[in-house]
Design a protein around this ligand. Sequence first.
Ligand code: ATP
Length: 238
Amino acid sequence: MAPTLLQAKQLRVAYGGIEAVKGIDFEVHEGELVSLIGSNGAGKTTTMKAITGGLPLKGGEVLYLGKPISGQGPWDLVRQGLAMVPEGRGVFTRMSITENLLMGAYTRRDKAEIAADIERVFTTFPRLRERKDQLAGTMSGGEQQMLAMGRALLSRPKVLLLDEPSMGLSPIMVDKIFEVVAQVHAQGTTIVLVEQNASRALAIADRGYVMESGLITMTGTGKDLLNDEKVRAAYLGE
Ligand code: ATP
């Protein structure tokens, strides 16, 4: 089996006295696309934030490349190849598209390759090329989502965490985003995908985890979960 890049062991996270993540275990192997699904408030975003240093752990640990990473901030993690596109995207609204992409490459010194990677992002998202000098804050939600993904790719991540990339987007944009996620995965990037859109997320996943009320309640291949009666009833509206 491919090496484990990211692992949570009995991870617990609380807001004040309320535990939102109650001791979960999961692992992500090199080259995998792993989807984390579950309803509103299940604890998916909290899990992502705890991994990338945005929230303190109440218990357990997160290992990246075999080493504990608690206490490290998002920038340290990006430097080590662990990048996240947060829910709500977080682009720099007062910077242009191109400036945002360059910020994604701030840990790199290889100017020619950075330019080539920006070119690649523009080929994937022609819309960003058309607007490359426009301020990011003036773009639509879907365009900002593309930019946030492009910016994360500019760090050349080993592992890319995506928190609800399809949220609030039009059906055409949702198609585009899932297409790009599958494409980035096919090019070799390991991906953790948090999604409300369970059917789409499981359809492109190697493996998936179902989260309910702060716990992982099911796991399996994307295909098995997609065909599971309980999953279909609870998350696929059947
Ligand atoms: P969604 O898809 O709606 O974002 P989620 O699965 O990502 O759901 P979380 O956002 O992780 O769920 O929320 C898990 C629980 O933690 C919820 O009960 C939520 O109300 C609570 N929670 C989230 N953020 C905070 C906060 N800043 N302070 C207090 N409680 C919070």
